[in-house]
Write a protein that binds this ligand. Structure first.
Ligand SMILES: NC(=O)C1=CN([C@@H]2O[C@H](COP(=O)(O)OP(=O)(O)OC[C@H]3O[C@@H](n4cnc5c(N)ncnc54)[C@H](OP(=O)(O)O)[C@@H]3O)[C@@H](O)[C@H]2O)C=CC1
Length: 396
């Protein structure tokens, strides 16, 4: 609980902090990486370069400062971040480092006086305590599961499967040959790598694409010409290689009754968490309607078509529609379920808009905004729309 005086002081300084925003976060990160360069092994340095990480930290701090009296409003945001932190194996001592540099940054940039620094210090300690306790609980729960572990565990790459021109699947088994803990459909693992030639260790989250089998984890990765980790996985990783993985985590997972209708809506590699959801619906012999809507550039870039057809065929009530934004002559447009152009759900929403329908979105943020707008404009209850942004979270 934070006392009223502290809340009043922190709140009174929010406008100054917002005004100084980008300069403040730039100073903070520069300071922290200068003094504690070991943190470069944990932070995604690509997100540092494009500013996403800075924006995310700044937004999180402002959200916290604005809701000091009602922290429960931030419960789902806290859970999302805590889950992600566990895949980075964040430890309590790292909160002390961040807190130290945060206060030093406020002092150096704003020189607001000791009362203000003390108030921000107290508010930060409370927030850090919430994360530390939640993350400790997740670590403990992972450790206690059959096949669970804390931190990272060496896995052997057992298969590398080309799923489209740009997307490749990677299947891993624990290097010790032991079982691996289950996960919920939609959760991710994190890949930890530092191959020769990398300046820092890099950690990236990838959604788990298949059903838990107690022995393997499968992910799928789009090769990004500028992406350090995706290029390494595509171009260098070979079956037999040892790669370290974090335990599965994430708060975006399918949690529905067998009677709940489900629409899974994705673009590009955004389909990866939804593939696991589709698989779990088939495995659970889902009673209600299941719809698969997917956008890809063209047939060469349309991954997992076979897996979706195969899984969909096991479902009692299944429909599928696919859109190609840049179709090629060889693509069978307007035959079967493939259309040209961007995804347009308008013709489907009214027929699908069972009040119980749940909508699960994953893809580029702009795509999810585009689809969420179509849904909401056509009367879908926003509370039935679930989505995930990889990288720092955005509100649709
Ligand atoms: N668990 C998670 O949260 C995961 C999230 N992702 C995210 O999913 C995204 C996948 O990206 P990627 O595979 O590169 O997708 P692409 O850029 O290849 O896009 C796939 C399709 O979506 C269309 N599209 C993209 N943006 C829009 C838009 N604003 N409105 C309408 N249609 C759009 C594209 O059309 P066009 O050709 O016109 O661009 C294309 O047809 C990434 O942002 C990634 O971070 C991926 C995996 C897991």
């Amino acid at each position: 609980m934070i006392d009223a005086k502290t809340i009043a002081i922190v709140k009174s300084t929010i406008p100054t902090v917002v005004e100084t925003g980008p300069a403040l976060t730039a100073h903070f990160y520069q300071r922290m990486f200068n003094h504690n360069p070991e943190l470069k092994e944990i932070f995604n340095m690509s997100n540092q370069r494009n500013g996403d990480q800075r924006e995310a930290l700044f937004n999180a701090i402002c959200a916290w400062a604005s809701h000091l009296e009602t922290p429960e409003v931030l419960a789902s945001a806290v859970e999302k971040i805590a889950q992600k932190h566990t895949s980075f194996s964040i430890q309590p001592a790292q909160y002390d480092i961040v807190g130290y540099h945060l206060l030093a940054t406020l002092k150096e940039m704003l020189n607001p006086g000791q009362d203000v620094l003390d108030a921000w210090g107290k508010a930060y300690q409370v927030l850090a305590g919430i994360f530390i306790r939640r993350e400790a609980a997740i670590y403990q729960s992972n450790q206690n599961q059959d096949g669970g572990w804390q931190g990272t565990r060496p896995f052997r790459l057992v298969a590398k499967i080309r799923e489209s021109e740009t997307i490749t699947g990677f299947k891993f088994a624990a290097a010790d040959g032991g079982p691996v803990m289950p996960y919920l459909p939609g959760q991710y693992t994190a890949v930890w790598i530092k191959p020769a030639g990398f300046e820092n260790q890099e950690i990236r989250q990838y959604s788990l694409t298949h059903q838990p089998d107690g022995q393997h984890y499968s992910i799928a990765v789009k090769r990004d010409d500028k992406g350090l980790v995706s290029r390494w996985l595509h171009d260098c990783a070979e079956p037999g290689d040892i790669i370290h993985l974090a335990p599965p985590a994430g708060d975006f997972y399918l949690d529905v009754t067998p009677q709940t209708p489900v629409s899974l809506i994705s673009a590009g590699t955004g389909q990866t968490p939804l593939l696991a959801m589709l698989g779990s619906l088939a495995r659970g012999e889902h009673q209600a309607q299941v719809n698969w809507f997917h956008a890809a550039e063209n047939g060469r870039r349309h991954a997992f078509a076979g897996q979706v057809n195969h899984t969909g065929a096991q479902l009692r009530h299944f429909t599928q529609q696919v859109w190609y934004s840049k179709p090629e002559q060889t693509d069978a447009i307007e035959t079967g379920s493939i259309k040209a152009g961007h995804m347009d759900l308008t013709p489907y929403i009214s027929s699908l808009n069972d009040p119980q329908m749940t909508w699960w979105l994953c893809g580029p943020v702009g795509f999810m905004q585009f689809i969420a707008r179509q849904l909401v404009d056509n009367g879908v209850n926003a509370e039935h729309i679930h989505y995930e942004c990889f990288g720092p979270h955005k509100v649709l």
